[in-house]
Design a protein around this ligand. Structure first.
Ligand code: HEM
Length: 240
């Protein structure tokens, strides 16, 4: 999408994810629907433009896939990618900055040969999405617990990321941990399709931020937003 439209994308996206929130009211729902209509309208224009003048971008590639996606599926896929593609990454950036400042992590931990481990530890320690639901398709037993076909379970990804059987001192932020899979991006068939992009964004953005603002420290206590779906910050004040 053209960068100039970023503010609108942000506003639409924020309004649309209001639909996931607990305690949502009619006004939140109306705003979400209005944003979805405006966003789809804009994307229809953009798709038409890319049909006329294709480029090396995701929408052009999706169009080139031909009949694989109906026009409605193309629009909803673009909305899903743009929506899922920035909300979680934004929250991880905030959570990560908070964690790095709280733990007073030395700037060397952001060096090119250490940034991958650092970002994985941020994702493990304070992921932006904690809970996803699944249906049980057949009776089964996992770790001594029986699960009956037809029941619904909540998968606490953030809890799994602090499993003491998997992680040594799980409640401690340790930027030099050996890199191994964590559950921040889910697992199985619906594993996050954007994980490589999100990792890249975090690995690029955090070193730039800390290089531009050396000596950054927290001003006051960061405050998490009281939201159901996203685990991210409402307030993160910093000074130099
Ligand atoms: C730090 C950033 C991110 C985190 C922590 C994250 C986390 C997740 C998780 C946990 C799921 C699995 C949901 C489930 O099991 O039902 C998921 C799915 C998904 N994510 Fe991400 N995500 C991030 C960034 C992105 C980005 C950058 C994109 C796209 C550009 C993206 C697109 C998607 C899509 C389309 C799905 C649905 C996949 C499916 O159902 O098959 N995500 N993400």
């Amino acid at each position: 999408m053209p960068e100039a439209r970023a503010p609108e994308l942000l506003a639409w996206s924020n309004a649309m994810v209001g639909m996931y929130q607990a305690r949502r009211d009619r006004a939140t729902e109306d705003a979400a629907v209005a944003a979805a209509i405006a966003f789809s309208g804009y994307l229809r224009e953009l798709v038409a433009l890319r049909r006329r003048t294709p480029g090396d971008d995701l929408i052009s590639h999706l169009i080139a896939a031909g009949d694989a996606l109906s026009p409605e599926e193309l629009i909803s896929t673009c909305i899903l990618l743009l929506n899922a593609g920035h909300e979680a990454t934004v929250h991880t950036l905030g959570n990560g900055v908070k964690t790095l400042l709280e733990a007073k992590v030395a700037p060397e931990a952001l060096a090119p040969d250490r940034i991958e481990a650092l970002v994985e530890e941020i994702l493990r320690f304070d992921p932006p999405l904690h809970l996803f639901w699944r249906w049980i398709h057949e009776d089964m037993e996992i770790a001594g617990h029986a699960f009956a076909r037809g029941s619904r379970i909540g998968c606490l990804l953030a809890g799994g990321n602090r499993d003491p059987q998997v992680w040594e001192r799980p409640g401690r932020f340790m930027p030099d941990r050996l890199v191994k899979p964590n559950l921040a991006f889910g697992g199985g068939a619906h594993f996050c399709i954007g994980a490589p992009l999100a990792r890249l964004e975090l690995q690029v953005a955090l070193p730039i931020l800390f290089a531009r603002l050396p000596g950054m420290r927290l001003k006051g206590k960061p405050r998490y937003a009281d939201l159901y779906h996203f685990h991210g910050l409402e307030t993160l004040r910093v000074v130099r």
